[in-house]
Design a protein around this ligand. Structure first.
Ligand code: FAD
Ligand code: NAG
Ligand code: NAG
Length: 504
C-alpha cells in the first residue's frame, strides 16, 4: 500500500476529559525531545504493586541463567506483553500459530521486563476498565470516519468483556477484584452536559447501540451525594496487576507446546539485526547477556521510543511518555453510600475498592489533576520515582469538595504514586509491524522485519491492550503461515502502523 506522508503538526485541541489530550502549547514545549529513557530503577510504590503479597512474580527469572534465544521475544510485562503471551498460547492451541521447530515441537517465547513484573503503567494506574460508550464520539467520527469510529468503541467493548469473561470462566474474577459496577461521567456544568449529549446523539445517529442513563442534579445529589449531572454506562474496575498475574499463570497452562519464560529486572538496552545467515533475525542486548529472537514484540508503551528512536517526539508516528499520578484515599462512608461505580470528570477518575465488611470505609483510588503540575504538564517525563506536590494537593482536595461529608477534608492518602503513560498524536495506539515512518522510503519499512508493536494507548489502555495484543499475534501467525492477515470486525484500521495517511 502506498503510504502518504501527512504532517500532523498539531495535537488535537485539548479535550475536556480527565485523561487530557496533549494540547498545542504543551506540544511546542516538548517538540524535538530525545527518545524515552529506560524505566526508572526505583519507582514510587503503588497500592497495587506494594500491598503485601500482591506481586508474587515481582522478581521471577531475575537471577540465574538468561534465556538465550526465542521465537518470540516480548519486551514489557504489562497488560500488553502478557496478553501477547496469552494469545500466542491460544493461537498455538487452536492450530493457527505454526510450530517452527518440528524437532522439539515447541514455540519458545520470553518476556523481558526492565523492573519488577508488571511495574509499568499497568501496575500503577487508576484501575478503571471502562469501555467508552459514546465519549468523544464526534471527535472520533470527524477524525476517522463513521466505520472506524464505531470500531474504536467496538474494540473496547470486546477487550473489556473478554477480560471479564476469561476471569470469570477461569474462576479468578474475585481474586483480581473484578467489579462490574458501571461507570459514571460526572458533569459539572451545563456546557459539559450539552457536549456529552451531542456525543451521545452522534453515536446514536451512527447506529451504535447505547446503554446510558442520564441523571439530573437532584437525582445525583440524593443518590450519590454530589449536586452535579451524571451519565451512567457499563464499566468495570479491577486490580490490574492481579489480573495480569493470573493471566500469565493461566497462559502457562494452555499448551505444553508454548515454552514461556519470564525474566524480570532485565532491561533490553538495544535491538540489533543479526547476520543474514543466522537462524534468528534480532539480537536483544541486556545487562545479563544477549537474547536472539525471530520476532520481537515491543510492549513497552510510554517507553517505546527508547528502543525505537524514530518513534520519539510528538509527530504522527511518535509515542510521548507522560506522567500520571494516583493516590489511595480512605473514604468517610461505607461502600453503599459511595456506590461501586467508577467515576470520571474533567479533572479526575476514581472508584472505591471492594470491601469485605459492609461497615468498612473503602479505600478510593483517585488519579488525574495533571494540569495542576503546570507546564509542561508532566509531558515527556519517564521518572516515576517522585510525585508532583501540586498535583497531590489538588487530588487531596478533590473528593471532599465534590462529595461533601463522604470524604474528610485534609485526610492524608494511604499511598500516592506516579506512572508513565504513552501518548500519541491522535490518542490511538500503534498496532502492527514496526515501520520507519520518518524516512518514507518504501524499503525502510522492511528494515524492521520481524519487529512488531502494540503501544501508545494515551492513558486509556486497559480496555484496548488485550485486543491489540491479539491482533499482533494474529499478524505474526499469518506471516508464518503465508496467509494474509484479516482484521477482526472490531479492529479500527487507524490503529495500524501501516496507516500513515490518517485523516486529520
Ligand atoms: C497514573 C496512570 C493512571 C492510569 N489510569 C488508567 C485507567 O484507570 N484506565 C485505563 O484504561 N488506563 C489507565 N492508564 C493507562 C494504562 O495503565 C496503560 O494504557 C496500560 O497499562 C498500558 O499497558 P502496557 O502493557 O502497554 O504498558 P506498561 O504497563 O507500561 O508496560 C510496559 C512495560 O515495559 C517495561 N519496559 C519498558 N522499556 C523496557 C525495556 N527497554 N526493556 C524491558 N522492559 C521495558 C516497563 O518496565 C513496563 O513494565 C493509566 C496510566 C497511568 C500511568
Ligand atoms: C444535597 O443533598 C443534601 C443531603 O440530602 C442536602 O443537604 C443538600 O441541601 C442538597 N444540595 C442541594 C444543592 O440540593
Ligand atoms: C447497562 O448498563 C448498566 C450499568 O450502567 C448495567 O447494569 C446493565 O446490565 C446494562 N444493560 C445492558 C443491556 O447491557
Amino acid at each position: 500500500m502506498a503510504r502518504v506522508r501527512v504532517l500532523l503538526t498539531l495535537f488535537p485541541v485539548a479535550y475536556a476529559l480527565s485523561v487530557p489530550t496533549l494540547d498545542n502549547s504543551a506540544q511546542a514545549i516538548f517538540a524535538g525531545k530525545q527518545p524515552a529513557d529506560l524505566p526508572h530503577p526505583d519507582p514510587t510504590h503503588s497500592f497495587w504493586t506494594h500491598s503485601p503479597g500482591a506481586n508474587p512474580l515481582a522478581g521471577e527469572g531475575s537471577t540465574g541463567e538468561l534465556t538465550n534465544e526465542a521465537d518470540v521475544c516480548i519486551i514489557g510485562s504489562g497488560i500488553t506483553g502478557v496478553s501477547v503471551a496469552y494469545h500466542l498460547a491460544n493461537a498455538i492451541q487452536h492450530g493457527t500459530f505454526p510450530v517452527q521447530d518440528e524437532g522439539t515441537n515447541k514455540v519458545r517465547a520470553v518476556i523481558l521486563e526492565a523492573r519488577d513484573f508488571c511495574s509499568g503503567a499497568t501496575g500503577r494506574n487508576g484501575g478503571n476498565l471502562t469501555p467508552y460508550e459514546f465519549s468523544r464520539f464526534r471527535r472520533a467520527e470527524a477524525l476517522f470516519g463513521r466505520e472506524a469510529a464505531l470500531r474504536l468503541y467496538a474494540i473496547e467493548h470486546y477487550s473489556a468483556s473478554e477480560m471479564a469473561r476469561i476471569a470469570r470462566t477461569a474462576g479468578w474474577a474475585d481474586t483480581v477484584d473484578l467489579v462490574e459496577g458501571g461507570h459514571m461521567d460526572l458533569l459539572l456544568t451545563e456546557e459539559r452536559v450539552k457536549e456529552a449529549k451531542a456525543d451521545f446523539d452522534a453515536a446514536v445517529a451512527a447506529g451504535k447501540t447505547l446503554n446510558a442513563t442520564w441523571l439530573d442534579r437532584d437525582e445525583m445529589n440524593s443518590t450519590y451525594g454530589t449536586h452535579n449531572w451524571g451519565v451512567r454506562s457499563p464499566g468495570y474496575n479491577v486490580w490490574p496487576l492481579k489480573f495480569v498475574t493470573q493471566l500469565f499463570k493461566q497462559t502457562r497452562k494452555v499448551t505444553p507446546v508454548l515454552d514461556l519464560r519470564l525474566h524480570t529486572r532485565t532491561p533490553v538496552t538495544s535491538v540489533s539485526p543479526l547476520m543474514a545467515a543466522s537462524f534468528r533475525r534480532w539480537e536483544l542486548a541486556t545487562p545479563r547477556g544477549i537474547v536472539q529472537c525471530s520476532y520481537v514484540l515491543h510492549a513497552t508503551n510510554g517507553y517505546a521510543s527508547h528502543l525505537l528512536p524514530h518513534m520519539a517526539g510528538p509527530g504522527p508516528a511518535g509515542i510521548v511518555p507522560v506522567r500520571g499520578q494516583v493516590l489511595a484515599m480512605r473514604a468517610n462512608a461505607p461502600l453503599d453510600a459511595l456506590s461501586k461505580i467508577s467515576w470520571v470528570n474533567n479533572e479526575g477518575y476514581w472508584f472505591p475498592r471492594p470491601v469485605t465488611d459492609v461497615a468498612e470505609h473503602p479505600l478510593v483510588i483517585l488519579g488525574g489533576a495533571r494540569d495542576a503540575a503546570g507546564p509542561p504538564f508532566e509531558i515527556d517525563v519517564t521518572d516515576d520515582s517522585i510525585v508532583d506536590v501540586n498535583v497531590g494537593d489538588v487530588l487531596r482536595a478533590f473528593l471532599p469538595t465534590l462529595f461533601p461529608g463522604l470524604y474528610t477534608p485534609g485526610r492524608e492518602p494511604e499511598a500516592e504514586w506516579t506512572g508513565i503513560m504513552g501518548y500519541t498524536a491522535l490518542d490511538i495506539p500503534f498496532v502492527g509491524p514496526v515501520l520507519n515512518t520518518n524516512d518514507v522510503e518504501e524499503e525502510d519499512s522492511y528494515s524492521y522485519k520481524g519487529q512488531f508493536i502494540a503501544a501508545g494507548y494515551a492513558g486509556h489502555g486497559m480496555p484496548r491492550a488485550f485486543a491489540c495484543a491479539e491482533v499482533v499475534v494474529q499478524m505474526i501467525a499469518a506471516e508464518l503461515s503465508n496467509r494474509e492477515w484479516v482484521a477482526p470486525a472490531w479492529f479500527p484500521r487507524p490503529f495500524l502502523t501501516s496507516v500513515r495517511d490518517r485523516p486529520q
